[in-house]
Write a protein that binds this ligand. Structure first.
Ligand code: AHG
Ligand code: MN
Ligand code: MN
Length: 336
């Protein structure tokens, strides 16, 4: 019998003794925006929705039309529910205050990458949405403020992603395991397809933009060579897979066992990926699935954020693989 996302969320609500259904309402807002984005992405080649929007976002990257579309849709769906008092997004320079009577009483903030891997959209390759949910720290009834958004990843109450791939899936955690739902467009429903996802302890897939090899820290170079070594273990040599959509690379490695790496370079000492709305939500998910996420020296979830769009090096996946690269980074750090 099919179990829909809606039914599953209501069922799980009893795991939160003090919850009054707000988180469930919030997740259903995410679900609605995901369906709208699914529809648009799946006909991207047919309408005037591909290509540049003509604006530059907070990180100096050019926005695609679908970046802007997804941002607006998720923002509108979240504001409509009243549980959310404000959001932060890759596509917004500053956090956005939902300044109406209903939202001021909301207890949650949401941080998001509305469209991840957007450079892939024009060539019909999978993209995603990443979201991260916290309880606000400022009093309910007041306007949301920066400290509500700058909480360490450990404080997340829920996180997840949508992958718009060969099928669309919504995968999320509220701290009680990771659950995946596949969208059936004919029914308009997300149906439970992957309950309690666990990542293998070890794997043989490594995902990294190897074009930057010469700029990587020595420990990462050693790790790449170790992955390629034919006889280091029965799993060797590893398989290289890199889509260039973090969500898609993460999703594959979560299921099959593997590691995704985005290291720092001398020019970008914190790497490329954003802590608050890319790395933290995926770090929460991977820990819930039995994996690890590190910045090379500490768990990503323990980093105290200092600014909305801050970046961090990111090593995420099967725990044994993350341990191995972390050890090499520490061992060779004097040589950088
Ligand atoms: P976004 O489209 O949200 O800006 O994210 C792009 C990110 C991520 O999805 C991907 O893994 C990474 O950038 C790819 O970067 P490189 O092209 O430098 O490998
Ligand atoms: Mn992204
Ligand atoms: Mn994005």
């Amino acid at each position: 019998m099919l179990r829909t996302l809606g039914e599953f969320i209501v069922e799980k609500q009893k795991d939160f003794p003090h919850a009054r259904g707000e988180l469930s309402a919030l997740l259903s807002a995410v679900r609605l925006a995901a369906k709208i984005c699914h529809r648009e992405i799946n006909k991207a080649g047919l309408g005037d929705i591909m290509g540049e929007a003509g604006e530059i976002n907070a990180q100096g990257e050019s926005q695609k039309k679908l970046d802007v579309f997804a941002n607006e849709r998720f923002k509108a769906a979240l504001e409509a529910r009243g549980e959310v008092c404000g959001i932060a997004s890759e596509e917004e320079d500053h956090f956005v205050i939902f300044d109406n009577e209903l939202s001021r009483d909301g207890s949650y903030v949401v941080l998001m990458d509305p469209l991840d891997g957007s450079s892939n959209i024009d060539v019909n390759v999978s993209v995603g949405t990443i979201f991260s949910i916290y309880k606000r720290v400022t009093p309910v009834g007041s306007s949301v403020s920066m400290e509500d958004f700058l909480q360490p990843g450990r404080k997340q109450v829920a996180a997840g992603y949508v992958i718009y791939g060969s099928s669309t899936m919504l995968v999320y955690t509220t701290g009680n395991g990771v659950h995946g739902f596949t969208y059936d467009p004919s029914l308009g429903l997300f149906c439970l397809s992957h309950e309690n996802m666990r990542t293998p302890d070890d794997g043989n897939i490594y995902s990294i933009n190897e074009g930057n090899y010469h700029k990587f820290p020595m420990g990462v170079k050693k790790y790449i060579k170790y992955c390629q070594e034919p006889d280091a273990s029965p799993r060797h040599p590893y398989t290289a897979r890199y889509i260039g959509s973090l969500v898609s690379d993460f999703h594959r490695n979560l299921i099959k066992g593997g590691i995704y790496l985005y290291p720092p370079t001398a020019k970008t000492p914190k790497g490329k990926l954003r802590l608050l709305y890319e790395c933290n939500p995926l770090a929460f998910m991977i820990e819930q699935a039995g994996g690890k996420a590190s910045d090379g020296s500490q768990p990503v979830l323990d980093i105290q954020p200092e600014s909305l769009h801050q970046r961090t090096p990111f090593y995420v996946g099967s725990p044994k693989m993350v341990d191995k690269v972390e050890n090499l980074i520490q061992e060779f750090k004097e040589q950088d």
